[in-house]
Design a protein around this ligand. Structure first.
Ligand SMILES: [Zn+2]
Length: 645
């Protein structure tokens, strides 16, 4: 790892640092997400392994690429006063550096590491050196040879970048306390308030992010001005003040309708989700019940009509945006990895605000089927888009920069490389999204092997989930008189049983289940994860006449690598008369190889109804969608056509 810049010593932890080192800590809430120090994931578990790979490989990988492409050098050039129009990267490349800093801060908060500390210190020194005297921090505008500050509010991303700086500073403040990075973040936030506050420039940034950054920075520092500024940005949006570019629209920027009047998420998916996450924060901290209610309704309609089976959001490639209701084609599914992350951010905040189980259900779906899908097993290549149907087998990605976001193979880095660093910071802070303290009740919202200290309880979770649906919880320690453990029975689960400490099995339904437990108790949750067939709403024209197969929280897919020689996925139709069976970590379903379509007349590929032909039976192997393309480039489909039954 090559790090330049002077070494700075880490700041000592402050005496008053919050005990909950989590990405989201509402100012006043009956529910508090656990801090990263309260959950220690086993590296043998599904998520612990991914988190470990992230720490050992992905962080260094991101640093390597940003150095190689000159995105770090951009900061040095500002510090040296040597900026020119020949600048490396897009206007938002600074944000990738900040997302990496956020990931490093969370990881260093979990445990010390000499290499990661050196990387963090080196990056902080270079970032801080580029800050202007008035707090402005940015490498794409406002310096010699570059366009003026805030001269392109629609696409300049200057405030977006600062939002990510603030989230990195929050990670540092809540883990190790203040240091040079958090001081720089404070100066940058003060500059934003001075520049865009009441009575100053009444503008908004084309890409929401400053709002969610300011909200959490306000919470972490206790400075109300930042919360006020975030609220101002939220209220200013939706009045069509941003100039609209060709091929885009006010909707793209969520500048078409004020957030209080919107009925559903629309436009650019990541923008819409970051904005919504910030709006939940503002609604909670400002005690704005109407806004929270509106956001819950927007979420519900978006999930019921504009969200893929995987939890992926955004079907349109042109503007990386949401489609209309039920516009969910499998092959043109965009489902950007960052949108999955934004969805988890939005849903987690809604969970903390309401305690509603459906938010935790969507988080699970999105974690296993979008976020787990993006990084390659070794943590050094990523999916940007996550379509549910890959028609053509693409070339293996080379080691260069991928200029296309929609490839059918994971790439080491992208021209627009928002997703790798977003995955990195999400995995680094993952334990902040899995459990909560709800007025003394220990809520286990997701099932990941590890050691937990939540509310009055300390317990171990042991499971091979999602491979198997048995989750064993051993209470190691409890307060006097015991404590209450709240478990989630997922909404996909038709049969679930809790075996209590006295060995009594009790059938339970989807939703929350509360158990009173004492030290030494062992309880077991048994979820039926048998493979099941899922039918889409017939209003989704793009997948009508098809079914998908799921196993527990995992969406399965068929991949060309599992087909007999000479058979393609275009030839296969499945039968739903027999239930699919467990096969490895996936399933097998009865299928047929369809004979070449015998169109009797017409102009191909259209014509009159084909004659039924002789079909060859086939046991079709399905694998977890999150593993697809893991054996090299392939064709793949989640939704499978159903034959005549
Ligand atoms: Zn992205």
């Amino acid at each position: 790892m090559t790090i330049t810049g002077p070494r700075i010593e880490p700041a000592p932890a402050t005496a008053d640092r919050p005990s909950h080192a989590a990405p989201v800590v509402p100012a006043s809430s009956r529910r508090t997400g656990v801090g990263i120090g309260q959950v220690d994931l086993d590296t043998s578990g599904f998520w612990g392994r991914k988190q470990d790979t992230n720490r050992r490989a992905t962080l260094e990988h991101c640093l390597f690429w940003m150095e190689r492409l000159g995105w770090l050098e951009n900061f040095d050039r500002v510090a040296r006063g040597e900026t020119t129009i020949e600048r490396a990267g897009w206007q938002f490349s600074d944000s990738e550096v900040y997302k990496l800093l956020e990931a490093l801060a969370w990881e260093l908060g979990r445990s010390a590491d000499v290499d990661l500390q050196r990387a963090y210190d080196g990056l902080v020194a270079r970032v801080v050196a580029a800050q202007d005297a008035d707090g402005y921090l940015g490498t794409a505008f406002g310096h010699a040879g570059l366009a003026d500050r805030y001269s392109d509010m629609a696409m300049g991303h200057e405030l977006y970048n600062v939002g990510h700086l603030l989230q990195a500073a929050v990670a540092r403040l809540r883990t190790q306390g203040s240091d040079a990075l958090t001081d720089a973040a404070r100066r940058a936030a003060d500059h934003v308030c001075a520049e865009f506050g009441d009575g100053a420039r009444a503008a908004i940034c084309g890409h929401p992010e400053i709002e969610v950054g300011l909200m959490e920075f306000g919470r972490a520092t206790g400075d109300e001005r930042y919360v006020r500024q975030a609220t101002l940005f939220l209220e200013r949006r939706g009045h069509r003040t941003l100039p609209v570019r060709p091929l885009l629209s006010a909707e793209y920027f969520q500048d078409d309708v004020p957030i209080r009047r919107a009925e559903v998420l629309r436009g650019h998916a990541v923008r819409a989700l970051y904005l919504s996450a910030a709006a939940v924060d503002a609604a909670v901290d400002n005690d704005d019940v109407d806004l929270l209610d509106t956001l819950e309704n927007q979420w519900a309609r978006t999930v019921e009509r504009r969200t893929y089976l995987t939890g992926g959001m955004g079907s349109r490639h042109q503007d990386e945006g949401f489609g209309d209701d039920f516009e969910l084609p499998a092959d043109r599914a965009y489902c950007e990895t960052c949108a999955g992350i934004g969805s988890v951010m939005f849903a987690w905040r809604l969970y903390l605000a309401t305690g509603d189980v459906r938010y935790a259900d969507l988080i699970e779906r999105t974690l296993f089927n979008v976020i787990a899908t993006s990084p390659r097993e070794d943590g050094r290549a990523f999916f940007y888009a996550n379509p549910l149907h890959q028609r053509e087998q693409v070339e293996e990605a080379d080691e260069g920069v991928n200029t296309r976001a929609e490839g059918g193979t994971r790439a080491p880095w992208f021209d627009v490389s928002c997703c790798p660093t977003n995955v990195a910071r999400t995995l680094a802070s993952l334990s902040g999204y899995v459990a909560a303290d709800d007025e003394g009740v220990a809520v286990l919202a997701q099932y990941m092997s590890g050691h937990y200290a939540v509310a009055d309880l300390t317990f171990d979770v042991s499971t091979t989930y999602p491979l198997d649906g048995t989750i064993t919880i051993t209470v190691v320690d409890a307060a006097e008189g015991g404590g209450v453990l709240r478990l989630r029975v997922p909404n996909w689960c038709a049969r679930a049983t809790v075996v209590t400490a006295d060995g009594e099995p009790v059938d339970v339904s989807p939703g929350w289940v509360d158990l009173r437990v004492n030290a030494g108790d062992v309880v077991e949750l048994r979820l039926d994860t048998s493979p099941r067939v899922t039918w889409p709403d017939p209003r989704i024209d793009g997948v009508r006449g098809t079914v998908a197969v799921e196993r527990g929280p995992v969406v399965l897919c068929a991949e060309s690598a599992d087909l007999p020689a000479g058979v393609t996925l275009n030839d296969v139709v499945v039968s739903t008369t027999d239930a699919p069976i467990v096969w490895g970590d996936g399933a097998r379903i009865a299928a047929h190889v369809r004979p070449p379509s015998a169109v009797r007349s017409g102009r191909p590929p259209f014509g009159t109804r084909p004659e039924p032909g002789q079909a060859e039976p086939l046991a079709l192997t399905l694998i977890p969608y999150h593993r697809w393309a893991g054996r090299g480039p392939a064709t793949m489909r989640v939704f499978l056509p159903v034959g005549q039954e």
